[in-house]
Structures are given as structure tokens and as C-alpha cells.
Design a protein around this ligand. Sequence first.
Ligand code: FAD
Ligand code: NAD
Length: 466
Amino acid sequence: MTKEYDIVIIGGGPGGYVAAIRASQLGFKVAVVEKGKVGGTCLHAGCIPSKALLRSAELYAQTKNARAFGIIAPEVGLDFSLVQDRKEDIKDRLFKGIQHLMKKGKIDLYEGKGSILESKDVLIQLNNGEGEVIVSPRKILIATGSRPRTFQGLEADEKYVMTSDEALEMETLPKSIIIVGGGVIGIEWASMLVDFDVQVTVLEYADRILPTEDKDVSKEIQRLLKKKGVKIVTGARVLSETLEKGEGVSIKAEHKGKEVSYSADKLLVSVGRLPNVEGIGLDKTEVEMNGMFIKTNEFYQTKEATIYAIGDCIGGLQLAHVASHEGIIAVEHMAGENPNMLDPTLVPKCVYCSPEVASVGLTEEEAKEKGFQVKTGKFSFRAIGKALVLGESDGFIKLVVEEGTDKLLGAHMVGPHVTDMITEVGLARVLNATAMDIAHTIHPHPTLSEAIGEAVLSIDGKAIHG
Ligand code: FAD
Ligand code: NAD
């Protein structure tokens, strides 16, 4: 007899495990099949470990600058093994937390690789050679996530070429590094490594780094990273076949019509992530694909009505909070509820470089392309008392608002703690608030959030400190 479940979830990342908890709250009998560790990429090879390293790098850079605060720290050293220990400790604590939540929700966790059978049962090849189990679900949720994309010739090796997976496990820091791709991962690592005193060169194919952010944001973060010493080459087409390994690595890129050679100790490839859709039995189903990704409707149901898919494996915004929200919507839909659909223009996007970047809604360019008559307001952190007190006054807040209706279309931020501040504008957009509603919101003094209020006022030239 195969064990029966209401829902079997393949993949226990922030999509899968959050969906499992919500499903258990809804009274479903749930199992999660996870071939690695629950928590997925986000906890074990993504959000959390990278942010732990970024925090150490930021603190190291700040401590070197302690004299500016009147603090005399004659010798500031770095023990990277302790940095890594701290990262592991944080991962461990959160991992235990998720395991506890699974037990609390009476969710069965199968440690192994799951794949869908012709019968729509799920075959689990248990880890550690413990054999196979077959479970019988009424519904299946695919949440298998993604893995780093590389180019032919630029695959990770034991020594020189890394993706974020290997970079997170580095035992020592290189003296220099080439980062191929100036997207989210590339820029977080550039910021972290330069703060750790590594010489960093970023080679980005587009004409600006963070090319999906507002143009003003890309320009400002490029200026600030260059000020820290990061070499940034945009419009660079990396020629992976020119990679040479020896003392370190060298690689050529086509830049402004010329082939230019770059060399460093190591190379990090951060050019996007591929969905994990192979070997999970999709060929035994009616599930359709959307390019490389699994195709779903707005409730994450695939063409085969009993099979749902969420998170990085369906594409769109590959973010942990998006995967989790999609998981909740999917299981609520399975329960016959009518959950709100996820609107990508309400999703905050954050980059944890130093200073941070955060945005929600449309960029100025996107708003104009969509035909909106747009007005913008911008306010610099230089005029914000709290930013000066923190010693972090680089950056700005930019708001994109519709002429006439005053509707808030987007917010774009570079600066201290903006990844925490973006939620104010996110909530304002959820509530359909106007820019004036934000102006009427009292921002306490002295706080960084005053920059949001001032940015709104600046739209009509009414900023007090601008
Ligand atoms: P995953 O987290 O990838 O989880 C999928 C799980 O499925 C994995 O545990 C995998 O082992 C398992 N699995 C796969 N196939 C099978 C199978 N056949 N059987 C059983 N199990 C299987 N996002 C943010 O929002 N904020 C950040 O700060 C952030 N930082 C990041 C930093 C880095 C370096 C990286 C790489 C990513 C980062 N992300 C961040 C993205 C985030 O990690 C992903 O969007 C998120 O993890 C996607 O969740 P998921 O559940 O869809 O997939
Ligand atoms: P990305 O899509 O953000 O950036 C990839 C970059 O590589 C792009 O700017 C692209 O123009 C560039 N590129 C592509 N081909 C190139 C080439 N041949 N030469 C030079 N540059 C090239 O992807 P990523 O940075 O690898 O991140 C992967 C995913 O992980 C993203 O979707 C992101 O959402 C997620 N992530 C999120 C966070 C966060 O939320 N803070 C952090 C890390 C990763």
C-alpha cells in the first residue's frame, strides 16, 4: 500500500516549505520531498549565507573607518574562517527552525529525490541509498527551484571558476576576482568582496549594471561602487572560449569593438539561474512549458489540473518572497479558496550591496512606455540627519507618480537600510495610496524614512530640506 496524501510537494525551498505549512494550516495531509535540505537555495546557498557574508564585509569596512566616529581601533584584522563560521551558525539555526515548523505542522519530510510517475504517484529515491518509496497524492506541487547558469567553457571548477554556490564556500579570499554579470548576484558580491579588500572587476553585457532597475539607480550604484574601487566594464561581451587558467585566470571580452583581456585570481559567473525541471517526470504529465520554465495559470496550476508549480522553476521574479507567496496562493487555490493573485508590480526587489538598493513598481522608463504621464520626485540622503548620524549619506529615494491622479507608480531607492524602508511604499501601493497620502504620513525625526516624505514633497517642489 502506498501512503496517501492530499498534497505532495517536490522541493522544500522557501516556495515548498512555506506552501507545506500553509497547506497543513488548511487541514491538508502534506508531505515534502527534499533531495537536499529544507530551506532550499535561499537558506543554504542564497539569501541567508550571502547576507551573512555581506554583513561581515560591511562591518569590516565600517570598522576600518572607525576613526571617523572617534573610535580608535589601531589594528583591524580579518579572519575569514570566523566569517564563514558565523554564516554557518546562522544557517544552522534557521535550518533547525524550519525542521521544527515541519514537525509542528505534522508535515512528513522525505529526504530524497522526487519524480512524478505515469500514475501521478510520486517516486522518491531516498538519500543515503535507502531505496525507493512511492507516495500517492491527490495533488502535486512542484517547487524544485533553480541552479546557476554558466556558459560552455565557464563551468565551475575546483580552483578558478565559481558560481555563487562555490563562492559561498570559499575558505580564503582571493586577492582579485573577475565577476561575469553585473546583475543582482554580481553586484552583491562586488560590494562584499571590495569591502573585504579584494580587487574586483565586473564585466556586464548590458549598458549598465543592475539593468532591470531604474536607470538613475544603476548610475548611482555604479558611481558608488567605482568610488570604493570596483572596476566596472559595461557593454562587455565575455568570450568564454578565451578563458585561460594558470597562475590565475584570464579572459577576453569584446568591448567597444575591441577584444580586451582581463586577469585575476578567480572568476565568478553570475549570469542568471536555470530552472530545475529535468528528471522530475514532467514527460509523464500533460504539463506545458513556457520556454525553459514550467507554464502555469495565475493560481500556479499547470495544464494538468492536479499538478501545480511555483517559485524559481516557473520563472518570473526569482525571489524567495515571491516563491513563498506563490506557494500560499497555490495551496489556497487547491483548498477551493479564491486567493488574491500576485501582482509583480507590488513585489519589492532588494539588492543587499552597500549601500543597499530597493524598488517596487514601475521604473520611470517602464511607466512612460506604458503610456503614463509621469512626474518624479527625488531626495538625497545627504540632507537627512539620521543618515549623517549613521555616517551613511550616499544615495537617494526616487518616486514615480502619475500626473493628474497622483497615483504612486514606483519607488526606487539607493541608500542605508532601504531594503527595510521599501515596504512603506509597497503597502502604499497595495492600498492604492496616492503620493499625497504618503506626504500626510508622519515620518518620525530623525529617521531615514524622512527621505520618503521629502521625496514625495519634492515632486511639486515642496521638499522642506531640499
Ligand atoms: P529553491 O530555494 O531553489 O528550492 C528548491 C528545492 O528543491 C531545493 O532545496 C532542491 O534541493 C529541491 N529539489 C530540486 N529538485 C528536487 C527533486 N527532484 N526532488 C526533491 N527535491 C528537489 N532571493 C531573495 O528574495 N532575497 C535574496 O536576498 C536572495 N539572495 C540570493 C542569493 C543567491 C546567491 C542566490 C543564488 C539566490 C538568492 N535569492 C534571493 C533567490 C532565492 O534563493 C530563490 O528565489 C528562492 O530560493 C527560490 O525558492 P524555491 O523554493 O522556488 O527554490
Ligand atoms: P541576473 O539576471 O540578476 O543578472 C545576470 C546579469 O548577467 C545581467 O545583468 C545580464 O545582463 C548579465 N549577463 C548575461 N550574459 C552575460 C555575458 N555573456 N557577459 C556579461 N554579462 C552577462 O542574475 P543573477 O545575478 O545571476 O541572479 C540570479 C537570480 O537570483 C536573480 O533572478 C535574482 O532575482 C536572484 N537573486 C536575488 C537576490 C536578492 O533578491 N537580493 C540576490 C541574489 C540573487
